[in-house]
Design a protein around this ligand. Structure first.
Ligand SMILES: CC(C)(COP(=O)(O)OP(=O)(O)OC[C@H]1O[C@@H](n2cnc3c(N)ncnc32)[C@H](O)[C@@H]1OP(=O)(O)O)[C@@H](O)C(=O)NCCC(=O)NCCS
Length: 190
């Protein structure tokens, strides 16, 4: 979905631009994915699982183009001094009638930009846009122990509604539960 670019002033006085991820950002996006996957265990992939090749760049370009044209998906990049430091998005949890009111949310900010309020800003915009995109609720899964993420989601009104034991298996052989959270974004009849 198209989003009109927005410039905001951060806690530290720097200007952040929030805008759609363009297909031209494909390589930067892959590099950002590799970096964020290396910086914490709270991502769903290991860095080496992000392949950076001509083929992958092309695939990413097409994915970003489709995303822009899809009225039910919104992916936003956060650019600090022109550099991609964060990305967050919502997309449909299922396009059949019984599920199409549910949006899935995902986010990652590079570590050096944590704590500046970027995660909160991206989440606020997506929660505001969600009803206009046809959604009544936004849901997410977060790895146990991700206190920063859980604190952000609690602050934004998400409610814990379940837990998948041992959802993530790490290289050291230990497991982490996935905590499921949701938030209504539009009043329903119930
Ligand atoms: C989780 C994440 C998106 C938060 O982004 P962010 O830009 O740092 O978030 P914000 O600065 O808007 O807010 C973070 C909040 O967590 C709080 N917080 C920070 N460290 C914390 C900690 N160790 N324990 C509890 N809360 C903490 C802060 O107080 C802040 O709230 P405040 O604005 O009221 O002070 C970011 O850290 C990230 O991308 N992490 C790695 C990937 C990830 O975990 N993605 C989510 C997967 S579900």
């Amino acid at each position: 979905m198209h989003f009109e670019p927005k410039a905001v002033t951060l806690k530290d006085g720097r200007t952040l631009v929030l805008k759609n991820q363009e297909p031209e950002n494909a390589l930067e996006m892959l590099e950002y994915m590799r970096q964020t996957s290396a910086e914490t265990e709270n991502m769903v992939r290991y860095p080496e699982e992000v392949e950076i090749s001509e083929e992958e760049i092309q695939r990413k370009k097409e994915m970003l183009k489709e995303n822009q044209e899809d009225k039910r998906s919104l992916m936003l990049g956060a650019f600090l001094d022109g550099k991609l430091v964060g990305n967050a998005g919502i997309q449909s949890a299922g396009e059949r009638f019984k599920m199409k009111h549910r949006a899935s949310f995902g986010i990652a900010i590079i570590k050096e930009a944590w704590g500046l309020g970027i995660g909160g800003m991206l989440l606020d915009i997506l929660l505001e846009e969600a009803p206009g995109m046809g959604y009544e609720m936004v849901e997410l899964g977060v790895c146990e122990g991700n206190e920063r993420g859980i604190s952000l989601y609690n602050k934004k009104g998400f409610i814990q509604c379940g837990r998948i034991p041992k959802a993530f298996k790490l290289k050291d052989g230990t497991y982490r539960d996935e905590i499921l959270m949701y938030r209504m974004v539009k009043k329903t009849m119930e």
